[in-house]
Write a new protein. Structure first.
Length: 280
């Protein structure tokens, strides 16, 4: 049984960890309202002027739009290829199965600069013109791994007899996918998709080698920080990115809390009879 001192110690440790993670972010959020172009503490005053400037900055808006398109495209590719690869690895036994699984995981383990250099050389040899397509391909190389890991882990925790039971009860392929496979994989796909999008949205190194003249939002921020320009606008952009990130995180948390598969209020007996698999 935990003592009062243990509970207090754990609570203090949790507060310190949260403060360590969030204090730098809160500082940037406060700087977004600074009425001065100099970053000094405490700030001299509060203003919303820089929000107006950031919204009407054409380069910032185009960079944000490009990052959103690249992230959405890379995530879509990752969901399709990652899910297909996970299903193949999980369901079938074939020669070289473990080697294929290792090759799928290697891109996320390699340093980003190595991946970027390799992709850059490949594009040059293949004669591909640097564009949004080359960025999407580069981001998809590691986004696929994220989805693959989430889906294959969920499949390994599911009951193999579910598909057999569905077929025995006369369900066709679509019905099996809708009522059996999708409830089991949905939260894994949501979590994998959100993480893949976040990684794509934040990627700098691989993008540098594959973007050419294209400027994504992270590169826009990095270039302006390196040149010491537009600090107030960069702070506003950082604030907006932080706030927008909260939305998918809240959605993912609500989708994956409790069982992640069973509906709230479902009777344990009904869940057992239906063969649904609970997840953490």
């Amino acid at each position: 049984m935990e003592t009062r001192g243990t509970r207090v110690g754990l609570w203090v440790a949790a507060v310190l960890v949260i403060a360590f993670l969030w204090l730098p972010l809160l500082l940037i959020m406060v700087y977004a309202f600074n009425d001065s172009t100099l970053q000094s503490w405490p700030i001299s005053g509060f203003t919303l002027h820089w929000f107006h400037e950031a919204w009407h900055d054409p380069e910032a808006r185009s960079s944000l739009w490009l990052s959103l398109r690249v992230g959405a495209a890379a995530t879509a590719i990752a969901l399709v290829l990652g899910t297909a690869a996970a299903a193949a690895i999980h369901r079938f036994r074939f020669f070289g199965r473990e080697a294929v699984s290792l090759l799928l995981l290697l891109p996320i383990a390699l340093p980003g600069i190595i991946t970027g250099m390799a992709l850059n050389s490949f594009y040059v040899v293949a004669g591909l013109r640097f564009s949004i397509l080359t960025i999407v391909i580069g981001h998809a190389t590691f986004c696929v791994v994220i989805v693959f890991n989430n889906v294959v882990a969920r499949l390994r925790r599911s009951t193999p007899s579910l598909l057999e039971a569905s077929a025995d009860l006369g369900a066709d392929g679509w019905q099996t996918f809708r009522f059996v496979v999708w409830p089991v994989l949905s939260t894994a796909l949501v979590a994998g998709g959100l993480l893949a999008f976040a990684l794509s949205f934040d990627e700098v190194i691989v993008t540098t080698f594959t973007a050419g003249a294209q400027t994504t939002l992270p590169i826009f921020i990095l270039d302006n920080l390196r040149q010491g320009q537009q600090f107030p606008i960069i702070n506003v952009i950082a604030l907006v990115v932080i706030l927008l990130t909260v939305i998918p995180v809240i959605v993912a948390q609500r989708l994956t809390r409790d069982t992640g598969v069973l509906r709230r209020g479902a009777a344990p007996g009904a869940a057992a009879r239906s063969g649904e698999v609970t997840t953490v």
